[in-house]
Ligand binder design. Structure first.
Ligand code: GLV
Length: 389
């Protein structure tokens, strides 16, 4: 049995269990991966204030997310292809989220379909939408999500065009038939392969079978590249807002001007995110962007956060800087790869304990009471010594 004490332990297990070309998809950032790295290093600029002799016997980690009281300030970010990191990965993650009563966001590019997750996981979840050129298909996805009981739509705005991830190119991710190297990696991960052989869900469940003439993997990759709509603009967002009767969350906001537009078009929440450093390389870290956005929108909508969180200590920093809830993408994918539902449950447990104990050591007793005054920083940049000559 794996001894998972940290998110890093789950990452290591996932790296062992999942074929390399799929694990690389989780790990990749775009181009030189500077934003991917910045998402992590931004947390080290901030210090937690240690306050002592405070009664911390009773602590409250609950928060309100879109008007609903949740026991933890966490959610699971939409991640494509989760069901290839472990058989039925989306169902596993949805069940883990339900066990902790936190939101799970199903990606458009999931392996298990909206209907499968609704039927088998049997708990309400949120649906993430990519806008396709084929608006009938886009609207059809929204209708299917609504029919499955999804009351919250997470509209992703930072992936109209895909940033290049070199590792995926080098691994020929999506090649059909699989390359000899991919086949070798599959053959050397028998536990993963056995799990996958036992599920019928191995291709993009929301798409295959719902688009006429599309069933082969190669044509799907081609179709996806052609179908994501680069012309998406704020007028489209407003139209989608009008069409969607539930709550709307706009994901991929990194700029104050865009945050203001999100408010103006009537979204209930936004997610400060740079897509895990997978899109615009050179963009600011999510943590850098968070403060300015919170200061600008104040209470006019809820601000969620994703990007670089690997511990409860990271999460508490984002919460202090104004995030209503912290969404977990790679940590969830590591959990799925490491052990399906139990891996994701362990991930949430690890973060919950780290958050709870760190808050106690900070002399903080409630998530609702956290603010910037609980932090010190950002730490001064190290002074570089230059030698002349
Ligand atoms: C899709 O969301 C990706 O980042 O690959």
């Amino acid at each position: 049995m794996d001894d998972w004490l940290t998110v890093e332990d789950l990452r290591k297990s996932a790296r062992q269990r999942v074929p390399g070309f799929l694990f690389d998809y989780i790990e990749s950032g775009s181009w030189a991966e500077t934003t991917l790295a910045a998402n992590r290093s931004a947390f080290t600029d901030w210090r937690l204030r240690q306050r002592v002799a405070v009664d911390v016997e009773t602590r409250d980690l609950s928060t309100f997310v879109l008007g609903q009281k949740r026991p933890l300030p966490f959610g699971l970010s939409p991640v494509g292809m989760l069901g290839l990191f472990h058989a039925d990965g989306e169902i596993a993650a949805a069940r883990a989220a339900a066990a902790f009563d936190i939101p799970f966001v199903l990606s458009t590019m999931s392996i298990c379909s909206i209907e499968d997750v609704a039927r088998i996981a049997a708990e309400p979840f949120w649906f993430q939408l990519y806008v396709m050129r084929d608006r009938n298909f886009t609207h059809g996805l929204m209708d299917r999500a609504a029919a499955c009981g999804c009351d919250t739509l997470v509209l992703t705005l930072d992936l109209q065009i895909m940033g290049q991830r070199h590792r995926d190119r080098r691994n020929r991710l999506g090649a059909s038939p699989m390359t000899p190297r991919q086949l070798f990696q599959v053959a050397t991960h028998p536990r993963w392969a056995l799990g996958m052989s036992r599920t019928p869900r191995r291709s993009f469940g929301n798409i295959v079978g719902h688009v006429a003439g599309l069933d082969a993997r190669a044509s799907l990759a081609e179709w996806t590249a052609r179908q994501f709509d680069p012309s998406l603009d704020w007028d489209d967002v407003r139209r989608l807002r009008d069409r969607w009767k539930g709550k709307l969350v706009l994901k991929g906001i990194l700029d104050v001007d865009d945050a203001e537009r999100a408010v103006a078009c009537g979204a209930e929440a936004l997610v400060v995110s740079n897509h895990g450093g997978r899109q615009l390389d050179g963009a600011p870290s999510s943590l850098e962007a968070l403060q300015a956005i919170v200061a600008s929108v104040k209470d006019r909508l809820e601000v969620f956060f994703d990007g670089g969180v690997r511990s409860g200590q990271d999460a508490v920093k984002a919460l202090c800087l104004g995030a209503r809830a912290v969404f977990l993408g790679r940590p969830m994918a590591y959990g799925v790869g490491a052990g399906g539902q139990s891996g994701v449950e362990r991930m949430i447990e690890i973060l919950r304990t780290e958050l709870d104990l760190s808050m106690a050591l900070m002399g903080q007793t409630s998530v609702a009471g956290l603010d910037r005054s609980a932090l010190l920083g950002p730490a001064a940049a190290p002074v570089r010594q230059y030698t002349v000559g």
